[in-house]
Structure formats: C-alpha cells, structure tokens
Design a protein around this ligand. Structure first.
Ligand SMILES: NC(=O)c1ccc[n+]([C@@H]2O[C@H](COP(=O)([O-])OP(=O)(O)OC[C@H]3O[C@@H](n4cnc5c(N)ncnc54)[C@H](OP(=O)(O)O)[C@@H]3O)[C@@H](O)[C@H]2O)c1
Length: 307
C-alpha cells in the first residue's frame, strides 16, 4: 500500500480556532471527519455531532456511532482541572478502538504540569499512538474576544508589565497544519511538539508591526501588575485577570522567547510571520484597532485612514 491510509478522525473543539481548520485540512486529505462540539450546526461541510465534555452520554453516542482511528483533543476551555473529564473520555475512546490522540496543550505547560499537563502525562499509557502539541501564544489572540484584542480594539494600545519580554506568537493555521500531520501520518509521533512562530517579538515589536499594517499609532505601554489586573478585571473575573497578569509578568523573566523549527520540520512550510498574519487580518476586517484620544475616551480607528 502506498500513500496515506484512509482515516476516520473525530475532531473535538471543531468550531474553535484550531479545530475548524483541522476539519478542513483532514477533509482535503481525504479523511472521514466527524466534527464535534456543543454547537455542531456551525461547522460547514462536515458531518457534525453534539459533544459536551460535561455530558458523558454525548461521548458514548459519538464513540458508538463508528470506529475512529484518531481524535483531535481540544480541552474544555477554562477548566482548571480538565483531567477530570478528559481521562475518562480517553479510556472510553480506547475501549471504542481509538488508537491515536493528538492533544492541544500549551507551551508553558509540560507533561505533569498543572491543568492540561496532567492529561499530557497520562496520554502515553492510555493510547498506543499520541502527540501533545505545545504551541506558544496564538497570533489570533489579537482578534475576537481575547484580552489583547479587546485592548487593541478599544485603546489602540497593548498594556504589559514586561516590555522586554519576548514571545514567538504562532498562527493557529500552523498549529492546525501540524495537528493534521500528527493525526494522519502512518508513523505515530509519540512525542511532545513545541510549536512557535518564526520570530520572538516584544509587545513593542508587535505594536510597530500593527502600526505599519494599519497605518495607525499602536503603542506598547508599560504598566504595573495591579493596574493591569484592574484593566482586565473590568471584563473578566478578577481571579482570571490575576492569572493572565502573572503570565504577562512571567514574560519579563525570560524563557518564552524560544523559537522552534517544528512547524517547518513537520509540514514542510515555514510558519507564518506576525506581519503576514496582521496583513491578512487587517485586509479581512477581523483586526480591530481603536484609538485613545486625549480625554481617554477610546474610539475605533477609521479604517479608511490607512487606505
Ligand atoms: N490562545 C492562546 O494563545 C493559546 C496558546 C496555546 C494553547 N492554547 C490552548 O488552546 C486551547 C483552545 O483555546 P482557544 O481559546 O483557542 O479555544 P477554541 O479552540 O477557539 O474554542 C474552544 C472549542 O472548544 C469547544 N468547547 C468549549 N467548551 C466545550 C465543552 N464543554 N464541550 C465540548 N466542546 C467545548 C468550543 O465549541 P462549542 O462552543 O461549540 O462547544 C470550541 O470549538 C486551550 O486549551 C488553550 O490552553 C491557547
């Protein structure tokens, strides 16, 4: 037999930033795909099913519907202890004949670390074939509802406690491309994959790129931790704001600037740069940049100014 064997893959988080693209790639490669989430109706052109991490009956319904070769695992979002639901699901998946799982983790959390690290640590003993993806922060955090996007959309500024901290942001398209390879390659990865974009940037670098792309004046502004917590706590629980600010402070201690070549090694193409991401997002209108006028009253930037 030559070429890729035909696979049946269950994609969890199929409406999300990476899952949606994984569904598309897998279909393009000829795999049979079942797209699962709590809102399955919004996945275009795929067989979609309802799946809720907190409803084990929804797992059995999916796992009994056919035999899956592999599954893409997006953890329950913002659950501090995802192992509670994910480990029982993985046992059920193994019993239903699933051989391979590709887990979406995060670069700062090693196997055995808190939260998703506890799932990563158990994966090798639960399934014979596995991969743990550990991507850096997503470039897409500057779009949508993420706090970075909200700061940018309302203030046109990026507030940070760590102006010298560097991060190799990664485009979710590159995460999805690696996930697809890890799901389909005949050889199981059976390893962790650290995924980053091509360059480690400070928020000052990011602000300069965004300014250039949007023809605006985006600033990176240094604030102290309590000020940043107050800013974030305006739109989220204070405990979550404190966690995010702790992550921002950690940037200043270094260690987040690692650049890996895993995307290129795995997919054969170089990862997207932040500038390429920003240009595309500005062109399609998903990147929003506000303006803080002198009275401190944020107003959205008139996109026509840059055209
Ligand atoms: N943002 C970053 O910079 C970054 C960096 C590294 C790693 N990560 C990791 O990436 C993961 C995904 O985060 P994201 O913000 O990008 O989210 P996302 O994948 O865009 O959205 C979450 C997905 O999970 C589904 N979902 C949510 N609650 C669910 C539930 N109870 N049962 C079943 N499905 C559920 C959602 O679909 P429905 O709402 O339709 O159910 C959606 O498809 C997180 O684990 C995060 O740690 C993020």
């Amino acid at each position: 037999v030559t070429g890729e064997p035909s696979r049946t893959v269950l994609v969890l988080g199929a409406t999300g930033k990476t899952g949606r693209q994984v569904v598309r790639h897998l279909r393009a490669r000829g795999a049979s795909v079942v797209a699962a989430s709590r809102h399955p109706d919004v996945v275009p052109a795929a067989e979609a099913v309802a799946f809720d991490w907190y409803d084990p009956r929804s797992w059995s319904a999916v796992l009994e519907s056919r035999r899956f070769d592999a599954t893409y695992l997006v953890p329950p979002v913002r659950d501090p202890e995802p192992a509670t639901v994910m480990l029982p699901f993985l046992r059920a998946a193994r019993e239903a004949g699933v051989r391979r799982a590709v887990l979406l983790g995060a670069k700062p959390v090693p196997a055995g670390g808190p939260g998703i690290g506890r799932v990563a640590a158990r994966l090798p003993e639960l399934l014979p074939e596995w991969a743990v993806l550990r991507p850096s922060w997503f470039m897409q955090d500057f779009l949508g509802e993420h706090y970075l996007a909200r700061m940018l959309g309302t203030r046109g500024a990026l507030l940070t406690t760590s102006p010298g901290g560097r991060l190799a942001f990664i485009d979710t398209a590159d995460v999805a491309a690696v996930a697809t390879e890890a799901l389909l390659r005949p050889e199981p990865p059976n390893t962790e994959l650290i995924l980053t974009g091509p360059e480690a940037l400070t928020y000052t670098d990011v602000a300069a790129i965004l300014s250039r792309v949007a023809g605006s004046d985006v600033r990176a502004r240094t604030v102290d931790a309590p000020e940043l917590v107050s800013e974030l706590a305006a739109t989220m629980p204070r405990a979550l704001a404190s966690l995010l600010v702790a992550a921002d402070e950690a940037l200043g201690r270094g260690g987040s600037d690692e650049v890996s070549d895993t995307v290129e090694q795995t997919t054969g193409h170089r990862p997207r740069t932040f500038e390429e991401f920003a240009l595309a997002a500005w062109a399609d209108g998903t990147l929003r940049i506000g303006r803080e006028d002198d009275a401190g009253d944020p107003a959205p930037l008139d996109r026509s100014r840059s055209t």
